[in-house]
Design a protein around this ligand. Structure first.
Ligand code: CA
Length: 216
């Protein structure tokens, strides 16, 4: 899952990006509205965390322009005294908001929720035969026994699970699993896929030659 954070406070931006990477997300960042919109329009993010008060184009303007072309789920960061912002945000097409100062766990939970909603899944647990993927707890089990996955492996399984039955191309996976800071060799995706198959069964992820991967 690849996330974009648009936030001009350097400390907050850095800590949020680090925390989300530790959760297994690929994270791109922008520290102003113009760059944020540029990234948001150019890449298919799983979700965008968008601050309201930004230098240059503010968060509302970014959101308004983005909504002309994209439905990417957006979580707005608003200040406590901007109560009217909440209404405005949801009217303008924001999917949810958190009020600063926020708890990181709350941001994680709301992000998971808007990502899940955008994929039309109403529960946290996706059952795929013997495998269950809990996107809230970020746990995977095989025949009801927990399976240890790395953060990246979990993200791979989660993305395929949210697109169950669809062929997901390698390009899509690269775009969603790795961010612009990753200097990843092109075959690393195969390593992750191979490790997941070792843990969850060779049949769990099907290869569609020339197209990509699929969970049936
Ligand atoms: Ca700000």
């Amino acid at each position: 899952m690849r996330i974009l954070i648009v936030e001009d406070e350097p400390d907050l931006l850095a800590s949020l990006a680090q925390a989300l990477r530790e959760e297994g997300y690929a994270v791109d960042t922008a520290d102003n509205g113009d760059d944020g919109l540029f990234n948001a329009e150019g890449t298919d993010y799983a979700a965008i965390v968008l601050d309201v008060m930004l230098p240059g184009m503010d968060g509302w303007e970014v959101l308004k322009r983005l909504r002309k072309t994209k439905k990417t789920p957006v979580l707005m960061l608003t200040a406590r005294d901007q109560t009217r912002d909440r209404v405005k945000g949801l009217d303008t097409g924001a999917d949810d908001y958190v009020v600063k100062p926020f708890d990181l766990e709350e941001v994680f939970a709301r992000l998971r929720s808007i990502i899940r909603r955008s994929a039309n899944k109403s529960t946290n647990v996706i059952a795929l035969g013997d495998v269950k993927v809990d996107t809230a707890a970020r746990l995977v089990s095989l025949k009801d026994k927990p399976v240890e996955l790395t953060a990246r492996e979990f993200s791979l399984v989660e993305f395929l699970a949210l697109h169950r039955g669809e062929v997901v191309t390698r390009t899509q996976l690269y775009e969603h699993l790795f961010d612009e800071n990753d200097t990843t060799m092109s075959n690393l995706l195969d390593v992750h896929v191979s490790n997941v198959r070792k843990k969850l069964g060779a049949e769990f992820i099907a290869t569609r030659r020339g197209h990509g991967y699929c969970i049936e």
